[in-house]
Design a protein around this ligand. Sequence first.
Ligand SMILES: N[C@@H](CCC(=O)N[C@@H](CS)C(=O)NCC(=O)O)C(=O)O
Length: 222
Amino acid sequence: MTLTLHYHPFSSFCQKVLVALYERDVPFEGVVVDFSDPDGKAAFERLWPMGKFPVLRDEARGVTVPESSVIVEYLDRAHPGARPMVPEDRDSALEARQWDRFFDHYVELPLQKVVGDRFRPEGAQDPHGVSDARALLVRAYDLLESALGDDGAWVAGEAFTLADCGAAPALFYAAMVEPFAGRPRLEAYYARLRSRPSFVRAVDEAREYRSFFPLPWPEGWD
Ligand SMILES: N[C@@H](CCC(=O)N[C@@H](CS)C(=O)NCC(=O)O)C(=O)O
């Protein structure tokens, strides 16, 4: 075993990488980072001083790879043979990367703003920032609704790519803070993601951490 993923099962950015690993059955060892343990936190920050997970360590190559999207691309190179998560065709690769950026910047980050505000101490909340974040989510949903087709394809075309790896956890959490309401293509795309076995596995492995979520878990949200 040469690959070690430093991560947390409940983290959406980590789930992006888990989906890519499970899609291709890549063997790895998982190390769950516990920020409440000062020694564990310090050790993790020695690995990646920005202190954000996921981080992949490839011992055989002596390489440390931070950043979820870069890790997914690294896995394509480190484990060639299976279908890559970033397509080999350069135009298709650009499209997958563009959608991956879209989900990180316009779904993940506003979602984190809304959720993260709940962790702030009394009096330090940022209602204007949260309201801007919600507006950005709505704008992203509207764009997705017009960009997605009715043909059952994935967000960047026929192949399941890096973009879908990140879209699945991003939309899972985003829909809890801002419902998709009245956007049937987005709802259908999310339903396809939700039933993808790699993502089903990632969600199941995170179930035990649901009490960490600072908002009420929506009724019936599985
Ligand atoms: N751009 C980074 C973002 C990673 C990120 O924001 N990770 C969050 C968890 S989803 C984290 O480490 N949070 C812990 C903290 O900020 O203390 C990536 O794509 O990997």
